[in-house]
Design a protein around this ligand. Structure first.
Ligand SMILES: [Mg+2]
Length: 398
């Protein structure tokens, strides 16, 4: 059995702003997109604003109506990232298994920390006090034997609180709760459950899983497990990077296009975005896919394997090849997307395979030359922005 904590910062954006401007602590205040334009929405609020009924995601206009004296502060995202990192550094004093779930939430696996720091509840208490004293922020902690229950626990009491959901007590606490309170159970799933006469988490836990699976499929089975306190996902080591499955970039044209040269040019623009994105993330791809949608909404989707690469020249030439093979009848094209998959982190890739050497010989420009040019381009772009590009990308007609 694992011991998992879910730590959730209370009113995070608003709390950070109050740390920066202590005078805001004693007035109703809210953090929003842009108070100047009055178009923004409320992103976070302090407890005083909460008392006036100000809620997250409502418009500034409606919040001001409820509380005319509401002080508005523009969100400063870089500060929230900074504090988020600082909070995770505090968590890391207690375990190396800290997995940020969002900017203000992290999962911690403290199974191995008990010898040093005490019971899971005691560890939760120490962490909560540590965050308060070192950073001046409060957290709510859920303590349980898996991630789902820990996360549900942190939501039950706040601010500055700890909730324990143990093997012994979780059924008594969760089963009477409405099914809508179960994590990842959205409104439409809830409605389906209600039609099946499943109203509480306990109803779901005690229902027949094959019946659930028939109606709601995989998600239904997952929720049935959660209701029964079953979740075997583990907490990652801090800093574990995940490789995305694919990267894509698409565009819908203001007018339908029939000119193959113009379509090729647009492909170059799309692949330029994709390839520079790959390089930024230190990834390579092995599959290129082009999707074209014509004016009758008929979609053609074709892909080709290539040797692993993140170079613009490689990806764009394959993508244009796919386009030319599949666009021969001059029908009006409405939208186009290029995507790459088979993504691998470059750090894991050292060996040079035979296939890639073969392809090497077919290239007009030696690979090193292209790589050097690309690196130079990336460096210049880092300094001067994305306006800088390869000569082949410049549209000669306009
Ligand atoms: Mg929070």
């Amino acid at each position: 059995m694992r011991d998992i904590l879910h730590c959730d910062l209370n009113g995070f954006f608003a709390s950070v702003e109050c740390l920066k401007h202590p005078e805001l602590k004693n007035v109703p205040m809210a953090v929003c997109g842009d108070p100047e334009t009055r178009h923004g929405v409320i992103l976070a609020k302090n407890d005083l604003a909460k008392k006036y009924g100000v809620v997250t995601a409502e418009t500034i206009y409606s919040a001001k109506k409820k509380c005319p004296k509401l002080a508005l502060v523009k969100a400063t995202h870089s500060d929230y990232v900074k504090y988020s990192n600082l909070v995770n550094q505090v968590y890391l004093k207690y375990t190396e298994r800290v997995e940020p779930f969002s900017i203000d939430e992290s999962f911690l696996d403290v199974t191995e920390s008990k010898e040093l720091f005490g019971t899971p509840y005691e560890i939760a208490y120490k962490i909560k006090e540590d965050v308060k004293h070192t950073l001046g922020l409060t957290i709510s902690v859920g303590v349980s034997f898996n991630r789902i229950l820990a996360k549900m626990g942190s939501d039950m009491k706040k601010p500055d609180a700890i909730t324990v959901l143990s093997k012994e007590n979780f059924k008594n606490i969760l089963f009477p709760m409405p099914i809508s309170e179960l994590l990842f159970c959205g409104i439409s799933t809830c409605n389906t459950f209600n039609k099946m006469r499943i109203y509480t988490i306990g109803d779901l836990a005690n229902s027949d899983i094959t019946r659930i699976s028939k109606k709601i499929g995989k998600l239904g089975c997952m929720l049935h497990n959660y209701a029964n306190g079953i979740d075997s996902d583990f907490v990652e080591l801090y800093g574990t990077k995940h490789t995305p499955k694919s990267i894509s970039k698409g565009v819908t044209f203001p007018e339908d296009i029939t000119d193959i040269e113009l379509l090729s040019h647009i492909i170059r623009k799309l692949t330029d975005y994709i390839s520079s994105h790959l390089r930024k993330k230190n990834l390579t791809c092995t599959i290129v896919c082009v999707t074209i949608k014509d004016n009758l909404f008929c979609v053609v989707n074709r892909q080709k394997q290539i040797f692993k690469t993140n170079l613009f020249q490689d990806i764009s030439s394959v993508a244009i090849h796919i386009l030319k093979e599949n666009y021969t009848d001059n029908r009006p094209i409405r939208a186009m997307t290029v995507s790459v998959s088979g993504l691998k982190s470059q750090e894991d890739e050292i060996q040079l395979d035979l296939f890639s050497i073969n392809q090497e010989n077919q290239r007009d420009t030696p690979k090193e030359k292209i790589e050097t040019a690309t690196k130079t381009l990336d460096n210049i772009r880092n300094k001067f922005g994305n306006k800088i590009t390869f000569g082949s990308m410049i549209d000669k007609n306009r």
